[in-house]
Write a protein that binds this ligand. Structure first.
Ligand SMILES: [Zn+2]
Length: 320
């Protein structure tokens, strides 16, 4: 383990803020998973009770022809058509984008989570439960499904912050931004006064955000156990885990944006270059992200040109 690299990174206050903010998202995800899992089952049961024709005995008759793609879904059988109508009835964003491509409609009668994914952002087709989802997936579900009785403005404020964290090209946020984030999280958590496990996480978030978060890097002559001193919040392996999760999510986001061509290739490449430069200086994080970087790189690899060389093209290829 290369400790000095972590120490150097955390020397930059704004980067440390960024990692802290990311750790809050992990805590948020952790405290929402159980609640969301239970509520999704209750929502599904409620749908079946109100419309028994949607239940387990209703089977899609069209097999692969009832396959959604991205935001498109044209049901080819009556069961899927009825399910689609029912989902739309409960969707607070029914006139906007719905990522039907997340779902396997044939599973709707028997699998509550396949229904839940119609209320979530793109790219979640392979997620089979709340424990596999990140914070923004769960927050979007709370926001978009009318089963959840919650002040939606407070949910969208947190989603907005999450997007700012992920889209921060320099991977930095200011201390003022972090304080604002803390208020928004508190407002959000206050919506769940009856759910002890959600309320409980606030004190941990508060402790994290207000602590100096000094991570002790043991030196050769320091006795063991110094990392348990007052003021230390996370161990270095916990910090690194957070960094890794954040960077993975950021790269995945970039990948989806690139794939759906929501940003100009130059913008994506610029952001990618920032991450590459960062990883070049931080070998300890680089190894765990090779696959994610390759996935992104492969989107931009052009077939080799045979006849002409492009004089202007700067493809600064870093070490893999
Ligand atoms: Zn069908």
């Amino acid at each position: 383990m290369v400790l000095s690299e972590l120490a150097a990174r955390l020397n930059c206050a704004e980067y440390k803020n960024w990692v802290k903010a990311g750790h809050c998202l992990l805590l948020l995800r952790g405290c929402l998973q159980g609640f969301v899992g239970r509520e999704v089952l209750a929502f599904h049961r409620g749908l079946l009770a109100a419309a028994p024709s949607l239940g387990p005995r209703a089977a899609c008759r069209s097999g692969s022809r009832c396959s959604p793609r991205a935001r498109q879904f044209q049901p080819q059988c009556q069961v899927c058509a009825e399910w689609k109508r029912e989902i739309l009835k409960h969707h607070t964003n029914r006139n906007g984008d719905i990522h039907w491509g997340n779902c396997r409609p044939g599973r709707w009668p028997v699998d509550a989570w396949e229904v839940a994914k119609a209320f979530m952002p793109r790219g979640l087709a392979d997620k089979t439960g709340p424990e596999e989802c990140d914070a923004v997936a769960l927050l979007s579900l709370l926001n978009c499904c009318d089963h959840f009785v919650v002040d939606r403005k407070k949910v969208t404020e947190v989603i907005k912050c999450r997007n700012e964290i992920m889209h921060s090209s320099e991977m930095k946020v200011s201390s003022m931004w972090l304080r604002d984030f803390q208020v928004k999280i508190q407002n959000f958590l206050n919506e769940f006064k009856n759910i002890p496990e959600i309320v409980a996480v606030y004190s941990r978030i508060e402790q994290l955000l207000t602590s100096d978060w000094a991570v002790h890097i043991p030196e050769e002559d320091q006795p063991d156990g110094c990392e348990h001193e007052a003021g230390v919040y996370l161990s270095e392996s916990q910090v690194k885990e957070t960094e890794m999760e954040l960077l993975k999510e950021k790269l995945q986001e970039l990948y989806l944006q690139a794939k759906e061509q929501e940003m100009l290739p130059e913008e994506i490449l610029n952001q990618l270059e920032v991450v590459k430069e960062f990883l070049r200086n931080n070998e300890d994080l680089r190894n765990g992200l090779t696959e994610d970087m390759q996935k992104l790189d492969s989107l931009y690899q052009q077939p080799p040109k045979t006849d002409s060389k492009e004089p202007g093209a700067q493809t600064s290829e870093g070490k893999a």
